[in-house]
Write a protein that binds this ligand. Structure first.
Ligand SMILES: [Zn+2]
Length: 88
């Protein structure tokens, strides 16, 4: 365990709990940073037509462990909009 902030950017720096979840060494974390740089957490599973169930995720604004604000609604909106443009 000699990884610092280099692991996945700025999320997971507020407390050990979130850092360990983000590292996901022993399990598949339900809190993940999306391609758009927004931190999401899985709120449930949905049955798709395909074999594997899909994850329903939602932006995570506050750390569930220590309550630190991780991102704001404005940041999430800006990031996802910027990402939409990148895709085209
Ligand atoms: Zn935290």
């Amino acid at each position: 365990m000699a990884q610092d902030a280099a692991t996945s950017g700025r999320f997971g720096t507020c407390c050990t709990e979130l850092r360990e979840v983000m590292a996901g060494e022993d399990f598949e974390p339900l809190v993940t940073e999306g391609d758009d740089g927004v931190l999401y957490f899985a709120v449930g599973l949905v049955d798709l037509e395909e074999d594997e169930p899909g994850m329903v995720d939602h932006p995570l604004y506050f750390c569930p462990f220590c309550g630190t604000r991780l991102q704001t609604e404005e940041e999430v909106q800006a990031k996802s909009e910027a990402n939409d443009e990148d895709d085209e």
